[in-house]
Every structure is written in C-alpha cells, then in structure tokens.
Write a protein that binds this ligand. Structure first.
Ligand SMILES: [Zn+2]
Length: 256
C-alpha cells in the first residue's frame, strides 16, 4: 500500500473487493494462527502459535509487489491514514466529538519491562488497544513477521486496533457483541474509505494480502463468544462488508 499517489477509481476498488472475497476463504497455507486481541488480559481462544519470528514460511522482507517501504514507514503511514479517515468522517457518522487514541507504538513482548495494560504485561507477538490508558501498541515481532508476508498486514492491524478505540468511544448500543468482527468491519471501512478519499492507494496484491492477514489472524473455530475473533471466512466477510458498505454497515442492525 502506498500513501498517497492518486485516488483509485471506483471500478478498480470494486475489482479489488471481488478479489478479496474470492481469495479470502481459501486459507490453507498459513503456518500458524497468530492471534491478536483487543484485550491483552484475555486468553487466546485458539491454540497458541509458535514464535512468529521462527516461522519457516515467512518470506523475505521486501519481497513481492509492495511499495518497498520499511515496516516502520508502513506503520507510520497506517497510523496517519487511519487517524485521518476517522478525523475526516467522524462528524458525519456520530454525534460525539472525535479524539484519537494515544499511539504507544512498538514493544517487545519477549523482554522484561513490557508495558502493562490493566496491570498485565502486553501480550507477546500481538497487538492491542488498551482501554485502560486509551492507547494502541504492537509487538514489533508480529509486525515484522506480517510485513514480510505483505505490507497490507500492518495497515490491517493498525486499522483493526483503532477500531477498538472507536468502539470505546461509542454508546454501548453501537458496539457489536462480536467486537473483534466489528473491528474487522471498521478496518475494512477505513482502508477502502481512505482509498476512496485518495489518502491511500492499493497496489497489486494488497487485497490478497489483506485476505491472507485476516486468515492468518483468525481463530480455527467460528465466533461463539465475545472474546473470539471468528474464523477466517467470518473475518474476511466482516472486513469485506465494511470495505463495501462503510462504517454504518458495521453497526448493529437497527441502529444503522
Ligand atoms: Zn481485536
């Protein structure tokens, strides 16, 4: 993904979405179900992955058709694009005012001194929105591992965690019980909305990378509980709904 060159046409976006929908349910070649969570205190609902950095399937960083930005540059761009989207559109969507969460940034869950959220250290190889402190943070191992698969990874993770910050700013009635899937939907709305705004450009392969990332980060079982992320097809489906129909389509039925 790149920031920003030119607005993409709606036709190109529609084609990209079709690709996303088609490729999203495939899965299969993902080595481990790396789980990310909105709440670091919540245990993983699927088997814990091995260390992300040791995955033999991870491709060489910088490979592929991506723009070639470093993981740090892409993270910075993703933060900027996501915040700009919400800042621009918030007043069209909600009656309250918008303020961004704090971006605490990178941590290393492997080392002593990991930041805490609600008294617990932030989880290894994960990314979080911490309501206690209203901040977003990510383990750089997760970002590096995902970025090596494709730069869209970091955009998804940032937009998803930002979605949790948004949930925390909304009335309870606007927050879906399936919080993780709603955060995916909001991420789709933001990234594709940003493309329509001209603040983000999709490059060849980005939609496949998004589907790959959603699949890699999915649970192995379908959503049943508020802490679940949902399985791969559910995550792709919710992300795609937001991408296709925007933020309002992510709100619970009846309040849209
Ligand atoms: Zn989440």
């Amino acid at each position: 993904m790149a920031v920003p060159w030119y607005p993409r046409s709606c036709a190109a976006l529609a084609a990209a979405l079709t690709l996303l929908l088609v490729t999203g349910c495939g899965g299969g070649d993902v080595p481990s179900p790396a789980v990310e969570s909105s709440s670091p205190a919540v245990g993983r609902s699927s088997p814990a992955p091995g260390p992300l950095s040791s995955s033999p399937a991870a491709p060489t960083p910088g490979a592929g058709p991506d723009g070639g930005g470093s993981v740090e540059e892409d993270i910075q761009a993703a933060v900027s694009v996501t915040n700009t989207y919400w800042q621009t559109h918030w007043s069209q969507l909600f009656t309250s005012g918008y303020g961004p969460p704090r971006v605490a940034g990178a941590y290393d869950g492997d080392t002593p001194g990991t930041p805490v959220c609600g008294g617990a250290p932030l989880p290894d190889d994960n990314a979080v929105y911490c309501p206690d402190g209203d901040y977003i943070a990510w383990d750089m191992d997760l970002m590096r591992w995902g970025h090596a698969r494709g730069d869209a990874w970091v955009y998804l993770v940032i937009a998803h965690e930002w979605g949790h910050a948004v949930q925390n700013r909304l009335d309870a009635g606007l927050v879906d019980l399936a919080r993780e899937l709603q955060a995916d939907c909001l991420a789709g709305a933001v990234l594709f909305g940003a493309a329509q705004d001209g603040t983000l450009t999709f490059e060849d392969g980005d939609t496949e990378e998004l589907a790959d990332a959603l699949t890699a980060l999915a649970d192995r079982t379908p959503w049943t509980d508020v802490s679940d992320h949902g399985d791969a097809s559910q995550r792709v489906s919710y992300f795609s709904r937001g991408a296709r129909s925007g933020v309002k389509s992510c709100l619970p039925t009846g309040v849209q």
